[in-house]
Design a protein around this ligand. Sequence first.
Ligand SMILES: Nc1ncnc2c1ncn2[C@@H]1O[C@H](COP(=O)(O)OP(=O)(O)OP(=O)(O)O)[C@@H](O)[C@H]1O
Ligand SMILES: [Mg+2]
Length: 211
Amino acid sequence: MSIIAVVGNKGGTGKTTLALNLAAGLAQRGETVVIVDADPQQSAYQWRLTGSEDNGLPDVVAAAIGLQKTVLALSEANTHVVIDCPPSIKAPQAEQALRLAHHALVPVQPSPMDLWATAHIAKVIERLRPENPALMAYIVISQLEPRTTLSKLMPEAAAALDLPVARTSIQRRSIHRLCVLEGKSVFQAGRRGAEAAAEIHQLLTEVLTHG
Ligand SMILES: Nc1ncnc2c1ncn2[C@@H]1O[C@H](COP(=O)(O)OP(=O)(O)OP(=O)(O)O)[C@@H](O)[C@H]1O
Ligand SMILES: [Mg+2]
């Protein structure tokens, strides 16, 4: 059983997109999985309403209120729970998710401002460490454009931070936006989603095989 929290301290980094695709990837592997939308904006919940009901995608439970109770109840019936958090580490839901999670993923866009904002997350994780000693937290470089200079500098810049950087990065691909718009995951996008889907599987393998 694993609880994966997707957290961040910046808006628009790709948290929700990553959370729903990670969950869809787990479902594709035949695992029982549910998405918990801890963000009062309810983007993940809206995404699930957009898609058709029986499309095989994981359910989304909106739980900005009563998060702990909801996650614990859902983790009884599911192998994995993926929590999509609001865009601030100061939000009570983000802190609660970090108390509950086995794995925390912090998507960060290739920008110095985004990198700096993760320092607060590392501090909160350390403060919560006594309550959740086994938490494994990673920065995930998100919306990477491999050919840009900034993106090339990112892994090195991120390595100077207090959190480890996942080896797998998520590239910026228009298929991600299209899929969200259509209430799908990249796993439902056929060949157009194949590269994005492979990246998600690679990240899942990396994260789940480390504790
Ligand atoms: N890998 C990607 N490639 C291309 N576009 C992406 C990718 N990830 C996210 N996006 C797009 O970036 C925008 C923000 O993504 P998303 O809503 O997932 O971010 P978020 O961190 O959850 O935002 P918020 O902080 O508002 O909750 C969306 O338009 C989404 O479609
Ligand atoms: Mg979001």
